[in-house]
Design a protein around this ligand. Structure first.
Ligand SMILES: Cc1cc2nc3c(=O)[nH]c(=O)nc-3n(C[C@H](O)[C@H](O)[C@H](O)COP(=O)(O)OP(=O)(O)OC[C@H]3O[C@@H](n4cnc5c(N)ncnc54)[C@H](O)[C@@H]3O)c2cc1C
Length: 213
């Protein structure tokens, strides 16, 4: 969705193709905080709650994640599925082996997911992806202790600039907006970057909405 409109007592939406949706009595807003803030910054709602929402939601800080996927023509012989940097001090936060998942990787191959930590991901997010992949392959080789990991035969990568919300939003403007029939939900509301947190927030929001009817 691209634009939120409020007219009379109804919510309407316009998508990126210009198609109009609505009218709706209630509006549930579930994009991540940066996209939600942008929606409210551009919204057509002549009410002080609009600016309060845009400003408050924009304040939610996120951790960035950059990930390399590395394939090798040999099966790595190590006694674990994954390594995790619980101290969050290393450039790499997570390394896992896709071949440990049944049916994902041919018998004599290895596919590593190498997920960089927040600081490394932020610092290198806009760098040439090939350089990032090579750097993460070197880190994987050093961490696992196998020089063959420096030379993957195939690679892929994915970055999430706004991956993991780091703090809960100030809920006061969100609660004030609920009187106008607009509800916000997602992991950034409780500030816990976990599926179960997003699900719980969605269920609780649904209950509040039902009670308001
Ligand atoms: C790399 C990575 C690894 C993770 N690993 C784990 C894990 O192991 N365990 C775990 O529990 N959690 C993990 N998480 C966190 C988990 O993915 C999130 O907490 C969860 O997906 C949040 O759900 P959500 O519904 O709040 O947001 P999202 O899942 O981000 O859903 C938001 C939706 O809004 C849509 N959207 C955006 N803008 C608009 C718009 N303008 N109009 C309409 N729709 C829009 C998006 O397309 C998206 O579908 C991980 C996250 C990342 C990035």
């Amino acid at each position: 969705m691209e634009t939120i409109h409020r007219d009379d007592d109804a919510w309407r939406l316009t998508d990126r193709d210009g198609e109009q949706w609505g009218p709706f009595d209630q509006l549930l807003v579930s994009p991540p905080a940066p996209q939600t803030a942008a929606l409210w910054a551009a919204a057509d709602w002549d009410d002080p709650r609009r600016a309060a929402l845009a400003e408050t939601v924009e304040d939610v800080r996120y951790r960035t994640v950059w990930t390399a996927v590395l394939r090798y023509d040999f099966r790595l012989d190590v006694p674990y599925y994954a390594l995790v940097d619980v101290e969050k001090e290393h450039p790499v936060g997570w390394i896992s082996r896709e071949e440990c998942k049944a049916g994902h990787v041919p018998d004599d191959e290895t596919v590593l997911i190498v997920q960089a930590g927040g600081e490394w991901s932020t610092d290198n997010y806009d760098r040439d992806p090939a350089t990032n992949v090579a750097s993460l392959a070197d880190h994987a080789a050093d961490i696992v202790g196998d020089d063959r990991l420096r030379d993957p035969t195939w690679t892929d990568h994915q970055g999430w600039r706004y991956a993991l919300p780091q703090e809960a939003v100030d809920t006061e403007p969100l609660t004030a907006a609920e009187d106008a029939g607009v509800y916000h939900l997602g992991d950034w509301v409780p500030g816990e970057a976990r599926l179960h947190a997003a699900l719980r927030d969605g269920l609780e929001t649904g209950e509040r909405l039902v009670e308001s009817l």
